[in-house]
Design a protein around this ligand. Structure first.
Ligand SMILES: [Zn+2]
Length: 233
């Protein structure tokens, strides 16, 4: 069962690896099937080259249990689970430890919008959550990683449909998308935007480098929303 979902998640995980965004086994992609109330995710610790659709693990959104698959799911599965539970509009999640985005996460900083590459991707800064407490790390660490993301989105009134990525403080990024491949694409663009932001700060004053709002608006809304006109209809 779930062959289409498993094939999509398998190829997106391989794509994540081939893009260099997940060295070793440090990254995972999942995607949801809302009709059947399940999501599929990469198995834990299996090298990307050995992934096949059949070794993807299917998880119930009702209780987080394994519905199908012979392997243990990614250790980050509870993070994906809580994100799908709390954000009904969410379709796919990617987690990486890509270097530049993770460097912002380790600094506890959101990624500011410094130019049109960022504005094409997101209308706002890429947010960064608070750090987890000792208690949250000790008990249900992976679930609580998702809980701090949910808390941040609720507090800041952000929507996962229009916020393509988030950084978890002292950890690394999570990217979202319309499907598994779209989420991988957003994880890749996030890494480019983060690298550009670091280099921009090396070359200029970070307050002066902020993109003007009118330019950010132009770039974001020509690609996103009801009046978008970029690309082919
Ligand atoms: Zn991680």
């Amino acid at each position: 069962m779930y062959s289409k979902l498993k094939a999509e998640v398998c190829s997106a995980n391989k794509e994540l690896h081939s893009l260099g965004l997940a060295p070793f086994t440090w990254g995972n992609v999942s995607a949801v099937d809302r009709e059947n109330n399940v999501f599929a995710i990469k198995p834990s610790g299996v090298p990307y080259d050995d992934l096949t659709p059949d070794n993807m693990v299917v998880i119930s959104l009702a209780d987080g249990s394994v519905v199908e698959g012979d392997y243990n799911p990614s250790s980050d599965t509870p993070t994906h689970y809580i994100l799908y539970k709390e954000f009904p509009q969410l379709n796919a999640v990617v987690h990486t430890h890509s270097i530049n985005a993770s460097s912002f996460a380790q600094s506890g900083r959101a990624i500011p919008s410094y130019g049109t590459t960022h504005a094409d991707f997101s209308h706002t800064e890429v947010p960064c959550t608070r750090a987890l407490t000792a208690e949250e790390v000790k008990n249900d660490y992976e679930l609580n990683t998702g809980v701090v993301i949910v808390e941040h989105f609720k507090k800041k009134k952000l929507d996962v449909s229009s916020t393509p990525a988030v950084l978890v403080r002292s950890h690394a990024p999570f990217a979202f998308g319309k499907n598994a491949h779209d989420a991988v694409h957003n994880a890749a663009v996030l890494e480019i935007v983060a690298e550009m932001a670091i280099k921009t700060e090396l070359l200029s004053d970070k307050y002066e480098a902020q993109i003007p709002q009118y330019l950010s608006d132009k770039h974001y809304f020509r690609k996103h929303g009801k009046d978008a006109y970029y690309g082919q209809k």
